[in-house]
Design a binder for this molecule. Structure first.
Ligand code: TMP
Ligand code: ASP
Length: 250
């Protein structure tokens, strides 16, 4: 039996365990600490609510490594995340949270569903960032909502929505500067937040921040370096992720 010990957490028979949750891109496993979970990044890529699906070698490795770099950097800047520790090439230890059913999207430049919905040409820069909420429910197709909907659906209180918006804008400022150093322009991104199992009054960043959840364009060439390469069938998908990781490691 393969026993992997990470800072006092025993993760026995890592390959034999049953996940307590399996999503489209990650799986969650228990550890011997009831407030800590192991998050495994899978190699699968999905788009259009899972309609398009394909496995890509090393995708889990790239997204785990990129998320780890970003979460460590955000923690150092005072943003609370669910990160506990690194485990191996595809696993992180994370604090157990109850996910707030909101996808919080920040947009700096028109692209994706904004361009489609509003008829605004992709690449049009906004004067100020836009924060928007989607209700996290695949069966409803993650509908676009506002904070009144969030309150009435019991997703988050008005005060929490305000705090979440502030947090999203802070993350945007930090990420824009961070990616720019890697010659990447942060077009937009999605974050998810969770209430800590050990103290539900505390809200932290959960889920991942990777080229799956951000639009990143090369500053000089405008080349798309994110999941749009898969969504739009542009090719060079994993090459772009490898390039992003490489730039962030420099
Ligand atoms: P959108 O333009 O398709 O609404 O996407 C906005 C941002 O959110 C983009 O960076 C991609 C990210 N995103 C996710 O992380 N998960 C999703 O399910 C969707 C639809 C978008
Ligand atoms: N994450 C969503 C899906 O898996 C959509 C997307 O990212 O485009 O279908």
């Amino acid at each position: 039996m393969d026993i992997l010990g990470v800072r006092g957490y025993n993760l026995p028979a890592i390959n034999d365990m049953e996940p307590i949750y399996e999503g489209k891109a990650k799986r969650l496993f228990t550890t011997d600490d009831p407030n800590v979970l192991r998050m495994e990044y899978k190699d699968s890529a999905t788009a259009f609510n899972g309609v398009k699906k394909e496995d890509f070698e090393n995708k889990g490795r790239f997204n785990k490594a990129i998320t780890l770099i970003i979460y460590r950097m955000l923690e150092a800047r005072g943003v609370a995340t669910h990160l506990v520790d690194d485990v191996d090439d595809i696993n992180l230890l994370v604090k157990k949270v109850s996910i707030i059913p909101l996808e919080v999207i920040v947009r700096n430049v028109a692209a994706g569903s904004f361009s489609k919905r509003m008829g605004v040409t992709e690449g049009t820069a906004f004067k100020k960032p836009i924060v928007e909420f989607s209700y996290k429910d695949d069966s409803l197709g993650d509908p676009f909502i506002n904070d009144d909907y969030a309150r009435e659906m019991g997703a988050a209180t008005e005060e929490e929505c305000l705090n979440i918006k502030k947090m999203a804008l802070l993350v945007n400022d930090v990420l824009c500067e961070f990616f720019l150093k890697a010659n990447l322009r942060l077009i937009d991104f999605k974050i998810e937040l969770g209430r800590l199992a050990e103290d539900p009054t505390k809200i932290v960043l959960a889920d991942e921040i990777s080229p799956d959840t951000c639009r990143l364009w090369d500053v000089e060439t405008g080349k798309k370096m994110d999941k749009d390469r898969f969504r739009q069938g542009l090719g060079g998908f994993m090459e772009a992720y490898a390039d992003v990781l490489d730039r962030l490691q420099k």
